[in-house]
Design a protein around this ligand. Structure first.
Ligand SMILES: [Zn+2]
Length: 451
């Protein structure tokens, strides 16, 4: 028997207790069975028993622990499926069109309250604090910082000060059958996060906010640090949200156990991130950048995307395993990646602390093999940006030039990357997107720390 993962799109029946509030939902299912067909039948039978009609389904795929190394909840659900033969999580959208739900078990009486969850999430996202390494927690003027600098690459790709960004707006998602689509947005409101006070933000990031990437070692470290702090901010919020839900109480046993498991997964992830942040804190405090390593791809065409992300390199561009994320959850190698404006045009910058050198160097080495095999390095990089960078903005002049099918292809690849539940597969960076960006890598610069 294997565990299969599939997603069902469902609508509440008239008898469903959630019918007044919820218009539709996705049921993310982990099923222990002999075959994909058996898994589908078992999942749809179970879901229908909870008063849901199934309107759509993905093909069941066989999954193992390693597929969920980046998805805390997915891993817990896989374990549950092994013990209880089936585990299902629902994410829904409400009838008022204003709220979406986080991970919850909608059909149970003692489940997480949809509205309180969304409200807590909003409040936490807006709760400003300062993550600067010298912050004593008493910083004033907690402004909204930009995770991608506003006057650099974001302005370069904009048109009338607007760009396209992934929409988490439930109205837009509903139009797209629950999937994330891109929407046009003013750059002042794009990719902001309340993670630095105004003074620390402007002082610390001046070398990258007011100057093009040369690159100096200091600039490289600052780009990496900003991406890292953005992720720390998001993970801290996720952690606080779970704590609040647990404190609210009133959940049935199964939901409580899931929330507890999710809390443990989130705190492991957060501890790991904080370890990487401390390493960057130290080198920025000492203005000693010897331990920063990077690879920079330089392009001379005008940029089409602005992005930043951090990730644990798991599979490389050839589908080879780099690190088993479930083995050592507290000492994983971490990569940061972002776009940056240079004097000529722009660069795609990978940066990491030398303690992450092992997986990060291997990850980039596989790109050399890609080139050697006659594949396009530009296409491989595009695939990576779309699959791994949730914090992404797209130039209107490019997006509006795409055919409908090309946009769908882009969104499909993007959705696979941001789905909390979908398993990561070894091949996720291997297939090209077949979208023309006109990119032509001009040169590569890199730095490795001395051993
Ligand atoms: Zn501060």
């Amino acid at each position: 028997m294997d565990v299969f993962f599939l997603e069902l799109e469902v609508r509440p029946t008239g008898q469903n207790a959630q019918a007044e509030l919820v218009e539709g939902a996705y049921a993310h299912c982990w099923v222990l069975d002999d075959s994909p067909t058996g898994a589908y039948n078992r999942a749809s039978h179970y879901v229908r028993g909870g008063e849901w009609d199934v309107v759509n389904a993905t093909a069941p795929v066989k999954v193992v622990e390693e597929n969920f190394a980046n998805a805390d909840l997915g891993l817990q659900q896989l374990t549950k499926a092994k013990e209880e033969t089936i585990a299902i999580f629902y994410t829904g959208w409400s009838r008022d069109g204003k709220t979406s739900s986080g991970p919850t078990e909608l059909q149970r009486s003692g489940s997480v309250d949809l509205n309180s969850y969304v409200q807590s999430q909003k409040r936490l996202t807006n709760k400003a604090r300062c993550l600067h390494f010298e912050s004593t927690g008493e910083c004033k003027d907690l402004a909204k910082a930009h995770s991608i600098q506003k006057n650099g690459i974001l302005r370069m790709i904009s048109q009338d000060s607007h760009v396209y960004v992934p929409s988490m707006n439930i109205g837009t998602m509903r139009k797209n059958a629950g999937k994330v689509a891109l929407e046009r947005k003013g750059i002042a409101r794009v990719s902001t996060f309340a993670g630095f006070c105004a003074q620390h933000d402007s002082e610390l990031f001046r070398p990258i906010d007011t100057m093009a990437l040369a690159p100096s070692d200091q600039q490289v470290a600052l780009y990496g640090y900003r991406a890292l702090c953005h992720e720390v901010f998001a993970k801290e919020n996720a952690s606080a949200l779970i704590d609040e839900q647990l404190e609210l109480g009133g959940h049935d046993r199964a939901t409580r156990e899931l929330l507890e498991a999710y809390r443990i997964g989130t705190s492991v992830g957060l501890n790991n991130l904080q370890r990487h942040k401390s390493a960057f804190d130290e080198l920025l405090r000492d203005a000693a950048y010897e331990d920063v390593e990077y690879t920079l791809f330089i392009f001379r065409q005008p940029p089409l995307f602005a992005f930043s992300a951090v990730f644990y390199p798991e599979f490389d561009f050839l589908g080879q395993h780099l690190q088993v994320l479930t083995d050592h959850p507290t000492s994983l190698d971490l990569m940061t990646v972002c776009s940056a404006n240079t004097d000529d045009a722009w660069g795609l910058l990978f940066c990491w602390h030398k303690t992450s050198s092992s997986a990060c160097t291997e990850f980039l080495r596989s790109l050399a093999t890609v080139i050697h095999e006659g594949r396009s390095v530009e296409a491989a990089l595009l695939r990576m940006v779309v699959a791994l960078c949730g914090n992404l903005a797209v130039a209107p002049r490019w997006w509006e030039s795409l055919a409908e099918q090309e946009r769908e292809r882009f969104c499909f690849a993007f959705n696979a990357g941001v789905n909390w539940f979908a398993p990561t597969t070894a091949t996720h960076l291997m297939a090209d997107l077949e979208l023309d960006t006109g990119w032509k890598c001009d040169s590569v610069r890199q730095r490795r720390a001395s051993k």
